[in-house]
Design a binder for this molecule. Structure first.
Ligand SMILES: *[C@@H]1O[C@H](CO)[C@@H](O)[C@H](O)[C@H]1NC(C)=O
Length: 231
């Protein structure tokens, strides 16, 4: 699964070496130019770019920001819709009725992301568009114990990334970790509900025990035992 981004990265590193070297050559004086030709090319460093990091600036903006240029992973053509993003961790927060969704950017130019949320069957709810630096979003108003399917869609001028057939239904059997743009998650019951249930069961048990004791010591003595003595 990791092989294709890695391959893209390697490809980018090899492809970027040549164009990356050109602007590094100082053009201030002839002396420096001579030195530059004698020196071996600077070691090329990959940019501090993590496709999964929240609020990550696009690599192309980092490339020329520092004193020396760095290398960016290769991207698919801007004339094509982006590859699907990869869904990461989905962390349900039962008490608040929400879930925090993480994802990783595809190796494609992306202008914005959108989240699609299916609850059962039917049409998905669509989230507001998020800018291309965003990798984390919050889903609100989720029902405790509810089962949901979430998909992340990336878009650029050429179109939108693919979503698996029928969104949620396509995932019906797949509870294995997926490397695609979609995932299924279940909201756990609210802890408060569990505590209330436990308190009710506890109270009921105490009441039953009390009535058993009351019956045993008082009522039986008053009606049960005298009758037995009378016999
Ligand atoms: C993208 O959205 C995030 C979260 O809403 C915001 O913090 C950030 O400033 C935005 N970035 C740009 C470049 O608009």
């Amino acid at each position: 699964m990791l092989s294709s981004p890695c391959r893209l990265w390697l490809l980018a590193v090899t492809l970027s070496l040549a164009p990356g070297a050109q602007p590094l050559a100082p053009q201030d004086s002839k002396e420096e130019e001579e030195n530059e030709t004698l020196r071996p090319p600077l070691p090329a460093v990959p940019c501090d770019y993590d496709p999964c990091r929240h609020l990550q600036v696009p690599c192309q903006e980092l490339q020329w920001a520092g004193p020396t240029a760095c290398l960016c992973p290769g991207l698919s053509s801007p004339a094509q819709p982006p590859e699907p993003p990869r869904l990461g961790e989905v962390r349900p927060e039962a008490e608040e009725g929400r879930a925090v969704v993480h994802w990783c950017a595809p190796f494609s130019p992306v202008h914005q992301y959108r989240l699609l949320l299916w609850e059962g069957s039917g049409d998905p709810q669509e989230g507001t568009p998020l800018n291309s630096t965003v990798r984390r979003a919050e889903l609100k108003g989720l029902k405790a114990g509810g089962s949901y399917v979430i998909c992340v869609v990336a878009a650029n001028d050429a179109g939108e990334s693919r979503v698996p057939e029928a969104g949620g239904e396509g995932l019906e059997q797949g509870s294995q970790p997926s490397f695609g743009p979609c995932g299924r998650f279940i909201m756990p019951p609210r802890p408060r509900t569990l505590i209330h249930a436990a308190l009710w069961v506890g109270t009921a048990l105490v009441l039953i025990s009390c009535s058993a004791l009351v019956w045993h010591f008082c009522l039986r003595q008053r009606w049960g035992c005298p009758r037995r003595r009378a016999i």
